[in-house]
Design a protein. Structure first.
Length: 280
């Protein structure tokens, strides 16, 4: 049996990045915080920032800033010591005012909040640009596949000559995309699919960038059913289906059976760290 979800994936994402859904966001990050630990450890982000600085400061566009888990984790893993006296100015971009407020509230030196852009990436005004760096971390899944090209092109165009871009995004082999696909096949056949890392890379190439990707793989897991249920519901921006029910029907039940190990859940993540440099 299937049922349809309310609104497109993008509309459900925006409805969930709001104060009334804070508990769901926190349930999600009980597991998803591992994404940020892994991606920060996977690269010398401090060297990227130092290498693209201008007169002691670097201007960064944080695309789809969410609640600021990436900048918070950069600081937790020692960014301040690694960049010395560099000032890192973050412009926060997100269509959700809740997300912008949350991200701003977690910034600590050397990260300093600069301008705010309450807009979808694909709608960012052309006058906003000249950034030394721009990043989007686990950020663009809900941008519809037919608009990801416009969004990524806008991000590329917002960089100055010699600027640095990074998009960290799950592949089709990751839990995020496999679960979303299985959930949609079972409960929401009309759902707009999540955008994949390959689609992001293709969109960057089409925009004239020369992206390079490295792939990281890890597991996130937990034995507590309430934690797993909260994580899974937020993965698809749909808290109407219980874990009990997901486990017993259709492709999503088959997928979850694959992820159960001795009573615990273990979800495989495969994530591309996609970077590019704009020619000087
Ligand atoms: C999972 S969060 C991103 C996590 C974030 N990078 C961090 O460090 O915590 C996803 C964010 O993407 C935003 N978003 C959704 N569609 C978007 C779009 N088309 N353009 C920009 N942001 C979008 C949502 O509002 C949400 O705040």
């Amino acid at each position: 049996m299937t049922m349809s979800q309310q609104g497109t994936t993008e509309q459900r994402s925006l409805a969930h990045w709001a104060e009334p859904r804070r508990a769901g966001m926190e349930a999600f990050y009980a597991l998803a915080i591992e994404d940020y630990r892994e991606m920060v450890a996977a690269r010398e982000w401090a060297a990227d920032l130092r290498g693209h600085a201008d007169h002691g400061r670097v201007r960064v566009l944080d695309v789809a800033c969410g609640s600021g888990k990436f900048p918070a984790e950069l600081v937790r893993q020692g960014l301040a010591g690694a960049v010395g006296d560099l000032r890192v100015e973050l412009d926060l971009l997100d269509p959700s005012p809740f997300s912008i407020r949350e991200a701003r509230s977690v910034l600590r030196p050397p990260l300093v909040a600069a301008a705010e852009h309450e807009v979808r990436l694909q709608d960012l005004p052309a006058a906003v640009g000249g950034f030394d760096a721009a990043w989007a971390t686990h950020a663009l899944y809900a941008a519809p596949p037919d608009q990801i090209g416009a969004g990524v092109a806008r991000m590329h165009a917002a960089l100055r000559p010699g600027g640095f871009g990074a998009i960290v995004h799950a592949t089709t082999a990751s839990h995020y995309l496999r679960f979303a696909e299985a959930f949609a096949a079972t409960f929401a056949p009309d759902a707009v699919p999540f955008t994949s890392a390959d689609q992001v890379t293709d969109a960057l190439t089409a925009a004239g960038a020369a992206p390079r990707a490295t792939t990281i793989r890890y597991q996130v897991g937990n034995g507590e059913r309430a934690v797993v249920e909260g994580f899974l519901q937020r993965c698809v921006f749909d808290d109407s289906v219980s874990l009990d029910r997901m486990e017993t029907v259709g492709p999503v039940g088959d997928y979850l059976a694959e992820c159960r190990v001795s009573g615990d859940y273990r979800f495989d993540q495969e994530v591309d760290v996609i970077t590019w440099e704009v020619p000087a």
